[in-house]
Design a protein around this ligand. Structure first.
Ligand SMILES: [Fe+2]
Ligand SMILES: [Fe+2]
Length: 381
């Protein structure tokens, strides 16, 4: 497989598998010069590493490295590492997922079926590791985890990873008997849902101001473009049904009442994973803190989303989603609505709220006003 040349990535001492055969080689940089790097293998793959060994390494070496070609094996091993917090593990998985997505979104690279296939296989490993780490998380716990992760510059990467995590959690809650493979599919669909944006100028994708009609029409091509991209580049990935991934990519902007795009599908004609993704997409857009806009509290987010239930969102799934926000008794009474064409995939300077009669309301982010909407009550017992 063509991987990233002779590249190594640094690994934390706390995330090395102990007393088990390690599925990757460990390296150190033995070069004294800052400009040049010379990697030397200090521990071979498939040997058991003890705590004593690790303590010795810690004393002797500043940093350990793993070769890029073994990143997959490193990610897979994370779940077995004891004692490290989930946020540390998730951070590693997230940075790997960002690296993979970046290969797809890199405009300078020639896009090929091979690249797509390789990247999707890597994304799948990242999602599998993610499923392992967050399998017992409900939405509110997940929200805390997501908030603890570092934020990157490119909106689509952070957003896609968060959406993937919410999809995993929501799908598990919706279908408790789901197999691991199905859950991974739900997460992979979420991670790739905006793949059709790779050919849209980043100036438009990352524009936090209101888009012109023309720009918005360009954005609206991404579900169909993503679908065609996957259709024209048949990939292989064990355990992944590409027809389902294609449908998530194609249908995640369809509305439950048939007013979405591009095909105006409605109800259960929209694939279940696409309906799951639509909820995850919306929720992340209005609750995750970005640099440019204030975010809603969980309960206000749920209240805003509730206004679109039956129109935009699947009512049954939404109910499961709200139940998954366990420790909150939802009292969100926010009276603002987002316009029908609100696009959760776009960064926004200010969320484009309207009052229920369709007039724009100002001052979102104005503390005095937002504080009056709903109170969070902790559930007793
Ligand atoms: Fe999208
Ligand atoms: Fe999105």
């Amino acid at each position: 497989m063509s991987k990233m040349g002779n590249n190594f990535f640094s690994v934390s001492f706390d995330l090395i598998l102990l007393d088990k055969s390690i599925p990757y080689d460990l390296y150190v940089n033995s070069s004294a010069s800052q400009e040049r790097e010379r990697f030397v293998r200090i521990y071979p793959k498939n040997d058991d590493l003890t705590l004593e060994d690790l303590k010795l390494f810690k004393k002797k070496y500043f940093q350990l490295y793993v070769h890029e070609s073994q990143r997959d094996s490193y990610l897979k091993s994370l779940i077995q590492v004891k004692g490290a917090p989930d946020s540390t593990k998730t951070e590693v998985i997230k940075s790997s997922a960002i690296l993979y997505l970046d290969k797809l979104f890199d405009v300078d690279k020639e896009f090929t079926t091979e690249l797509l296939s390789e990247t999707i296989n890597e994304c799948k490993v990242a999602v599998e590791s993610m499923v392992d780490v967050i399998k017992d998380y409900d939405v509110s716990k997940l929200q805390g985890l997501i908030a603890s992760l570092s934020f990157h510059d490119f909106y689509t990467y952070d957003h896609s990873i968060n959406v993937s995590m919410y999809c995993i959690s929501l799908y598990r809650a919706a279908k408790p008997s789901a197999t691991n493979e199905e859950i991974v599919m739900a997460g992979l669909g979420g991670l790739l849902h905006d793949i059709g944006k790779i050919k849209i100028s980043t100036d438009i994708i990352n524009k936090p101001e209101k888009l012109s009609d023309e720009e918005f029409n360009i954005i609206k091509t991404h579900p169909t473009f993503g679908f065609e991209l996957l259709n024209d580049n048949p990939c292989e990935c064990q355990g992944v049904d590409f027809n389902i991934i294609k449908r998530v990519v194609h249908e995640h902007h369809e509305n439950f009442n048939g007013t979405g795009y591009p095909k105006k599908l409605n109800g259960n004609d929209i694939h279940l994973f696409a309906r799951v993704t639509a909820i995850a997409d919306f929720f992340d857009a209005i609750t995750t803190k970005r640099t440019y806009h204030e975010v809603l509290t969980t309960e206000d987010a749920i209240a805003v989303m509730a206004k679109t239930v039956g129109k935009k969102l699947d009512p049954q799934l939404f109910e499961i989603f709200t139940k998954s926000v366990k420790q909150l008794v939802l009292a969100g009474k926010i009276s603002k609505e987002l316009p029908e064409d609100f696009d959760p995939c776009q960064p926004q300077n200010v969320l484009p709220f309207r009052d229920p009669k369709g007039f724009k309301v100002e001052g979102f982010g104005d503390k005095e006003k937002t504080q009056t909407f709903g109170k969070i009550k902790k559930k007793v017992g």
